[in-house]
Design a protein around this ligand. Structure first.
Ligand SMILES: Cc1cc2nc3c(=O)[nH]c(=O)nc-3n(C[C@H](O)[C@H](O)[C@H](O)COP(=O)(O)OP(=O)(O)OC[C@H]3O[C@@H](n4cnc5c(N)ncnc54)[C@H](O)[C@@H]3O)c2cc1C
Ligand code: SF4
Length: 510
């Protein structure tokens, strides 16, 4: 045995760098399902089902090619429950000359495999992940030339370097960013008839996994009755085609909009396929750019979509790998409250939270604004410990892998990195949610009120947050307007808000 190629649950591509030079005669592949990956944080049933089913489908493809595959099933006898435990067993049995892998997406996993290779005195070759446009080294070079990291500058560099939506050295359409044309709400009339999302009926492999997850992880959150995520490359490609054809043209326009009971809207729902590497971001961005060139989608929509993948997705990965392992410990706002228990059930009177959490538990999905400006915002305003918020996001979403989830949660959403990711905390009162959705119409609270029986908890906590952190935030010029508005409140009003905020926090702790 020459090389043993390690394939993790989020590395399901035959084009992975670890397979370059693979020789089926001398090399073999190793994959393992282990309890630890679903229990080190509590992984929802949707998330675990997606990973296990996609792994089993990928394993089937490798076997069909005739490649030697050492696959450890989660309920096979003697499964140690850990990646390093299973890998050590396989190494002892087959004695490879070398371990080979594509760089993992999780710092914890990288350390485990490195330690094991050292302990077993076995050479480990780690290759760059080619399912990204940039390498972590590219990001470090970019960061080295800047006092402050900002998505916009990184994104422009990425556009130029990769020649995407470019007209020579200038951006196509004369602007890098079309935000002014994007981000509408659905207005009073609502979204009307929405395109159907791509959902895939479970086949025999997925059905077996669903039965396994329902049995083995019965107490884990969420349900899998509606599981329909792509679990093969073919399905992922079908989902990409359907998005380009039916939803991309409205993507930018309604990127931030929300509507009660409508989980899918005009989003792509491709993050899990991208993160499991069923899709390559290059083909996704190329498909969107082509749609623009063929006149199938407007530039504002295509640029908005490309920015998420070529910009944010690469940017957060750079942040993660340049700042781990200390990043996960950051808590710039000194937030220590526990996560309210209704995050695991959706049982709350707040209509916006109820909808976002129910949808999350039902599908393992919520779109960006639901994550940032509903569930994330509430935890931020309440002062929940960033690590607790992180565990929730990493557990409940089907697309959650630490390299992407952690900077989004800890940095963008909780401002726990003190401004490394974002120039200011994303904070707003209930009025923002009212503007972007119809949730408040059916809610017992009133987004315009900050005190009293009908006060919206977001609005109360918004003023309380500003008041509590006023000194810290005053150093940030981008916060001046919000602080100026705070100063318009009388001391008496501020005191009543503080009392009401305290009682919300106490009720959550109870
Ligand atoms: C608190 C919080 C936690 C998040 N956790 C995750 C996570 O675990 N995994 C994850 O992939 N995304 C995460 N995101 C980013 C974003 O919300 C999701 O990528 C997006 O909602 C996925 O749905 P979609 O595929 O329909 O995306 P679309 O709205 O269709 O966007 C297109 C694609 O752009 C990429 N993208 C968009 N925004 C971001 C972003 N901020 N960072 C990285 N990529 C982005 C995704 O690959 C996505 O599929 C998080 C955001 C927040 C605020
Ligand atoms: S009133 Fe407040 S809690 Fe209710 S839906 Fe609106 S923002 Fe959410």
């Amino acid at each position: 045995m020459r090389n043993l190629v390690i394939v993790l649950g989020d590395q399901l591509s035959e084009d992975a760098s670890a397979f370059a030079g693979f020789d089926p005669v001398q090399d073999a592949v190793w994959m393992a399902e282990v309890d630890e990956e679903s229990t080190h944080i509590i992984s929802s049933k949707q998330r675990t089902t997606l990973f296990l089913s996609a792994m089993r489908h990928f394993a089937q493809d490798l076997r069909t090619k005739g490649w030697v595959l050492h696959y450890c099933e989660i309920d096979s006898e003697g499964n140690t429950g850990t990646l390093d435990g299973e890998l050590a067993k396989t190494i002892e049995r087959i004695q490879p000359e070398k371990l080979m892998m594509t760089a993992p997406g999780d710092w914890r996993v990288l350390q485990k495999i490195r330690e094991l290779s050292r302990a077993m005195n076995l050479n480990l070759e780690i290759r760059d992940d080619t399912h990204f446009f940039s390498t972590v080294r590219d990001f470090s070079e970019h960061a080295a030339t800047r006092k402050q990291l900002r998505l916009e500058f990184f994104y422009r560099e990425m556009r130029l370097k990769n020649g995407i939506l470019m007209d020579g050295k200038k951006p196509v359409g004369g602007a890098w960013n079309f935000d002014a044309e994007n981000r509408e709400s659905f207005g009073k009339k609502g979204p009307g008839i929405l395109p159907q999302p791509s959902r895939f009926a479970p086949d025999a492999i997925t059905k077996k996994v669903i039965e396994l997850v329902n049995r083995r992880f019965a107490s884990h959150p969420g349900s899998i009755a509606t599981f329909g995520w792509p679990v093969t490359r073919l399905q992922a490609l079908q989902a990409l085609d359907a998005f380009i054809e039916h939803r991309l043209s409205n993507f930018g326009r309604f990127e931030d909009a929300m509507w009660e009971g409508e989980a899918w809207l005009y989003h792509s729902h491709l993050s899990c396929a991208l993160n499991l590497k069923l899709l390559n971001p290059r083909e996704v961005v190329a498909a969107a750019s082509q749609a623009y060139e063929q006149g199938l989608a407007p530039l504002a929509a295509v640029e908005g979509f490309v920015r998420q993948i070529l910009g944010w997705r690469e940017f957060v990965r750079g942040i993660y790998w340049s700042h781990m392992p200390s990043y996960i410990e950051r808590n710039a706002m000194k937030a220590t409250a526990p996560l309210p228990s209704f995050y695991w059930t959706g049982q709350t009177d707040m209509a916006c939270m109820r909808d976002a959490i129910h949808q999350t538990l039902q599908h393992g999905y919520a779109h960006h604004i639901q994550r940032l400006m509903v569930t994330g915002l509430y935890a931020l305003l309440l002062g929940v410990s960033p690590k607790e918020v992180h565990s929730w996001y990493l557990g409940v979403y089907v697309d959650a892998v630490e390299w992407v989830e952690l900077p989004n949660t800890l940095g963008m959403s909780q401002f726990a990195d003190g401004g490394l990711m974002s120039s200011k905390p994303y904070i707003a009162s209930g009025k923002y949610i009212d503007r972007m959705s119809n949730h408040c119409k059916g809610c017992r609270f009133d987004p315009a009120q900050s005190t009293g029986e009908a006060a919206c908890p977001f609005t109360t906590l918004y003023w309380d947050y500003l008041d509590r952190h006023a000194d810290q935030l005053a150093k940030n010029p981008r916060m001046l307007m919000q602080l100026k508005n705070l100063n318009r409140l009388t001391p008496a009003q501020r005191e009543v808000i503080a009392i009401q905020a305290k009682s919300i926090k106490e009720s959550v702790r109870a």
